[in-house]
Design a protein. Structure first.
Length: 182
């Protein structure tokens, strides 16, 4: 399963006409996204992903997606799904030249997100599951291998079970925060 084609589109909704979605800081947003479609060898299934922007920045993110395309084309998703997810993620976010304009932030990070969302979408479709089901069906060790813990300020002992336990604690804290209204 090789990524053979990456198609990216600039999709915009003229929400600024009536001020839909505006706030004190963003007076005239045109809700927009870069929409990515991945075509994979040996299947009709496509991966679809997007990243959200609010207007004119969309063309910059689109160009960032296109700049990442050479890193994506030819990628063997069988390897990515089995044990190279984090390597693929880092290949996109830490390219030696592109990271100069935004390592893990800004347009490069938004572009990477659209591509990674498309890969997750393809994987879920391939497994014939909604994405949430794919995620909960993964073995904890496999899920942890898909996450980048590089910037955690908490000291972790390095064991997979400790990583997963920390992930669950952080997730539960976000989901069940006393300030969160469910």
């Amino acid at each position: 399963m090789i990524i053979e084609e990456l198609v990216a589109d600039d999709v915009r909704f003229p929400t600024s006409i009536q001020g839909d979605g505006s706030d004190a800081m963003h007076q005239n947003p045109d809700y927009s996204c870069v929409y990515v479609r991945l075509k994979i060898s040996g299947t009709e299934i496509e991966g679809h992903g997007l990243t959200f922007t609010i207007g004119r920045g969309t063309e910059i993110v689109l160009q960032a997606v296109l700049a990442l395309r050479p890193l994506v084309l030819g990628t063997d998703l069988t390897k990515v799904f089995h044990n190279e997810w984090l390597s693929f993620y880092r290949k996109l976010t830490n390219d030696g030249q592109l990271r100069w304009i935004g390592p893990e932030k800004g347009a490069i990070h938004l572009a990477s997100a659209a591509i990674l969302n498309a890969v997750w979408d393809f994987w879920a479709k391939l497994e014939q599951k909604p994405l949430w089901k794919l995620l909960i069906d993964l073995e904890p060790e496999h899920l942890i291998e898909c996450l980048d813990f590089s910037y955690l300020s908490v000291i972790i002992d390095g064991s997979i079970s400790a990583h997963f336990e920390l992930f669950l604690i952080l997730f539960a804290g976000l989901m069940f925060s006393p300030n969160k209204k469910l």
